[in-house]
Design a protein around this ligand. Structure first.
Ligand SMILES: [Zn+2]
Ligand SMILES: [Zn+2]
Length: 258
């Protein structure tokens, strides 16, 4: 009887040892890596991750916004359409909306925008799902001057800010593009930068970078032309959302997009 008990104890000890061993190895594989590290890389570092289906088969779009500054549904739908037109994501694109507290800081520096992301972002890359954070701000950029208002900035590999207050102010003051058109144009332009345009992580097939405005396209009717989202008077003339021109499209396709 005693022998049997000892044997049983030995068996259970062995099982325990095996169990803890395998969980040890799991711990070694996942714990030292910061789960947010994949989303804290420089702008353009995830260009291929967005465009191709090599590492990621789906995208989760997290929209962070302050009460009163949620983008129009029509602008969100335009972004979803562009993502499905240009990226290979067989498992689709999903959206999560995250409320963000009011900033109360006056104009926003890009460091403050980073801090808001660090305090509020909830979705990060997981398995084959690529996470992206788009923040709709209740204040203007601190880089605005004269006739030049910043409408958006892509500042990390999977992060961008849209200065929604600026967009609402402009579309209320001027007769010109609708708020939805301006929101969509700005979002699509910033996603162009996340896709690595121009020469920001996606190589150029043919040379078409604007030498005076790095990261932008020389084609004037291209979504990635600098003036598209930089100058109030050029925005006022905007009748519809521009598309990527042929040079930018060639770059996207050469880096795994469609
Ligand atoms: Zn730009
Ligand atoms: Zn272009």
């Amino acid at each position: 009887m005693k022998k049997i008990i000892i044997k049983l104890m030995l068996v259970s000890f062995t099982l325990l040892a095996i169990t803890s061993c395998s969980s040890d190895s799991d711990t070694t594989n996942t714990n030292p890596v910061d789960p947010k590290a994949g989303n804290q890389r420089p702008l353009g570092a995830s260009a291929n991750d967005f465009l191709s289906d090599i590492a990621y088969n789906s995208i989760t779009l997290e929209i962070g916004y302050i009460d009163g500054y949620r983008p129009t549904q029509s602008a969100i739908n335009n972004l979803l359409q562009m993502l499905s037109n240009r990226t290979k994501k067989p498992d689709g694109i999903s959206i999560i909306e995250t409320p963000v507290p009011a900033t109360n800081v006056g104009t926003l520096s890009i460091d403050e925008v980073r801090q808001i992301e660090d305090d509020n972002r909830t979705i990060f890359n997981e398995d084959d799902d690529l996470a992206v954070w788009v923040f709709f701000a209740d204040n203007n950029s601190n880089e605005d001057s004269g006739n030049t208002a910043k409408l958006g900035t892509a500042y990390r590999n999977t992060s961008c800010v849209i200065y929604e207050k600026t967009i609402q102010d402009i579309t209320q003051q001027f007769t010109g593009p609708s708020r939805a058109t301006m929101e969509a144009t700005t979002m699509l332009h910033e996603f162009g930068h996340l896709f690595g345009l121009v020469d920001l992580g996606t190589e150029m097939v043919d040379d078409h970078e604007d030498t005076e405005n790095s990261g932008h396209c020389t084609e004037e009717d291209c979504l990635m032309y600098f003036q598209t989202v930089a100058n109030i008077s050029s925005m006022v003339d905007l009748n519809s959302i521009p598309d990527f021109g042929e040079f930018c499209l060639a770059d996207l396709r050469a880096n795994g997009g469609k």
